[in-house]
Design a protein around this ligand. Structure first.
Ligand code: MLT
Length: 412
């Protein structure tokens, strides 16, 4: 008898964003007039077209594929050398950070990499995650059998939850107890908080002392405007020995539909075998890529490379300015509406406290029903997200202005 993976049966309901999509669809079918004025600020999906430098690179790469002499079949599973080199140079070495070209692994998305990384980590690790948190970190550990069952609040047994609240600026300090693997995301999805240098130093110190590994999700680093905030965990001395970093072209280059990202696995990063011997993870991740992945398409990698040209960099900057302009408007609108607002300064997400006595899903229903705006209920990111909602600033300027206006019309 074929058996299924029972761990999947522990998962709570659907993945957050499809669940929101389902509820919005039901609402729109029942309210066709309201559906016409619907504005989506739920999922953090970009809205603006790809930068012209990317479009030019895509066209050129497509033309190359039309000619026998420049046609490409399978590429290297880890990414073409020229893209790995452009990434390592521009994102790290030009900034004084020590990352070698072959420590960069190009992939089709950070979401996939955040889940896939579990392939090369042991099943007995004690895992720490922030609460609230990007649900992928939790669900992939559930799927891999690293957790117990979920309790009524949605917290899974065996995971160590690190509460993020106003009193710690939504950035958790290292726990008093021992953990082996820690997920950190800065700028943070969903709270929009950023970790300071001191906070990251404390985490790196903890990881080195505990022989733990930090899985650092820096998908939103391009949104950092404060020069004191680190863009990479490798800005912290010692991080090469204890951290893997995930980066994405989704939110800087607008590649959510194009699909390209990368993961840095330093060669100095070691983890213990069952027998307690320390071995590097780099060859394991390399082996995994070669076995389970055939690489990102040539066309898409050329598009990603274009983001590092002078025009590409200027166009990415303009995109970020656009979305952060939206974030400023949304922050202001929510504040004027009398709501308490966090984030949205070094991140494209605004984290809003629900009015007293209103749950996250009640806020979702009210904002959808009365303002015809889709937000994300904070409880979907973890039990400590209850009583909050997230507004995404990925939108047109006109829509951001309209959402800011409609928020102020709501009577709670
Ligand atoms: C979000 O809305 O949290 C993001 O779209 C998640 C993601 O990038 O996968």
């Amino acid at each position: 008898m074929a058996q299924l993976n029972d761990n999947y049966l522990k998962l709570k309901a659907g993945y957050l964003f499809p669940e929101i999509g389902r509820r919005v669809k039901v609402f729109c079918e029942a309210n066709p007039e309201a559906a016409k004025r619907l504005i989506r600020c739920g999922i953090g999906d970009v809205t603006e077209p790809l930068p012209p430098a990317v479009i030019a690179a895509l066209h050129k790469a497509v033309d190359e594929m039309a000619v026998r002499s420049s046609f490409k079949g399978y590429g290297p599973e880890q990414g073409y050398d020229w893209l790995r080199a452009a990434i390592a140079k521009n994102d790290f070495r030009d900034k004084g950070l020590d990352v070698a070209d072959d420590e960069v692994f190009v992939s089709d998305g950070s979401k996939c990499d955040c889940g896939n990384i579990l392939d090369v980590l042991g099943a007995k690790n004690k895992i720490a995650i922030s609460d609230p948190v990007y649900p992928v970190y939790v669900d992939t550990n559930v799927m891999a059998g690293h957790t117990g069952e979920a309790n009524e609040a949605g917290a899974y047994g065996k995971l160590v939850y690190l509460p993020c609240k106003p009193s710690n600026g939504f950035v958790p300090a290292p726990p008093k107890k021992h953990v082996d693997v820690i997920y950190l995301c800065s700028p943070n999805n969903p709270t929009g908080a950023v970790a300071t240098r001191e906070q990251l130093e404390a985490w790196v110190k903890y990881a080195l002392e505990n022989k733990a590994i930090i899985l650092f999700d820096a998908a939103y680093e391009a949104y950092i405007s404060d020069p004191a905030i680190p863009h990479s965990i490798y800005e912290i001395p010692g991080a090469r020995e204890c951290a893997i970093e995930f980066r994405s072209f989704s939110k800087n280059g607008g590649f959510t539909g194009v699909r390209c990202a990368y993961t840095v696995v330093p060669k100095a990063l070691m983890a213990a075998t069952r027998a307690g011997e320390m071995k590097p993870l780099h060859p394991l991740w390399n082996r995994r890529s070669a076995t389970k992945f055939n690489g990102v398409s040539y066309i898409v990698q050329r598009a990603a490379e274009a983001l590092y040209s002078d025009e590409g960099k200027a166009q990415v900057k303009a995109l970020i300015e656009h979305y952060m302009g939206n974030a400023a408007l949304l922050r202001k609108g929510a504040k004027k509406a009398g709501l308490k607002v966090f984030g949205g300064v070094n991140a494209p997400y605004i984290w809003v406290k629900c009015p007293a006595g209103v749950t996250s899903w009640q806020a979702f229903d009210k904002i959808l029903g009365e303002a015809n705006v889709v937000i994300t209920p904070g409880s979907g990111f973890g039990s400590k997200g209850e009583g909050y909602f997230r507004i995404s600033s990925f939108n047109s300027r006109a829509n951001a202005e309209e959402v800011a206006r409609r928020l102020q019309e709501l009577k709670w």
